[in-house]
Design a protein around this ligand. Structure first.
Ligand SMILES: Nc1ncnc2c1ncn2[C@@H]1O[C@H](COP(=O)(O)OP(=O)(O)OP(=O)(O)O)[C@@H](O)[C@H]1O
Ligand SMILES: Nc1nc2c(c(=O)[nH]1)N=C(CO)CN2
Length: 169
């Protein structure tokens, strides 16, 4: 049995596009994982902590048999391998990988793991690329489609299409 993970990628330090490409390569090399789709890359105004460089954000759809805790561990390992150093909460980072959704799964195990991702409903930088990949997908806590959630979110003007991760493979 595989699970459908929607994973968000963000970078706002150094060669941001290269970091997104590297992250997708790492994800594609996870045992038994299959990258099904990658959204466009968006350049986005920082949220939460405003005084930091603009981000590049994207979302990938990954099919994997791993359970959500194993997936989280793998993503944290990739962040570490790519040299992410945790300093300020919400602050600059070479790479941030978050699980947004895992099918209809709901996990409320704070602070370790929340699925759906705790902050996704207010984050245009997540909802815009997610809506590009899966507009009809339903957010299991609200029962609303990603298309509807994306239309409702403020701050969409801070999200501009930047390009695509054409040569990640
Ligand atoms: N859905 C999730 N995806 C990824 N990490 C999660 C999730 N739910 C809880 N976490 C936990 O959040 C911890 C901190 O994550 P991180 O340092 O990336 O926070 P942040 O990027 O500053 O803020 P945010 O999580 O709001 O984007 C992780 O170590 C992980 O245990
Ligand atoms: N635009 C944008 N803003 C952010 C982002 C991000 O990925 N994109 N990540 C944050 C911490 O998780 C805080 N703020």
């Amino acid at each position: 049995m595989h699970r459908d993970y929607m994973i968000s990628l963000g970078s706002n330090v150094g060669q941001r596009e290269d970091y997104l490409v590297q992250a997708v390569k790492h994800i594609a090399h996870m045992p038994k994982a299959c990258v099904r789709a990658i959204s466009s890359v968006y350049e986005t105004e920082p949220m939460e902590l405003l005084d930091q460089p603009q981000f590049l954000n994207a979302v990938v759809h990954v099919a994997s048999p791993e359970d959500p805790y194993a997936m989280l561990r793998s993503l944290l390992e990739i962040e570490q391998a790519m040299g992410r150093i945790r300093t300020v909460r919400y602050g600059p980072r070479v790479i941030d990988l978050d699980i947004l959704l895992c099918g209809k799964t709901v996990i409320a195990d704070l602070p370790e793991l929340m699925i759906p991702h705790e902050h996704m409903l207010k984050r245009a930088f997540v909802l815009v690329p997610l809506a590009e990949l899966a507009p009809e997908m339903v957010h299991p806590l609200t029962g609303k489609t990603i298309r509807a959630l994306c239309s409702a979110v403020a701050s969409r003007e801070g999200v501009r299409r930047f390009g695509s991760l054409g040569s990640w493979g």
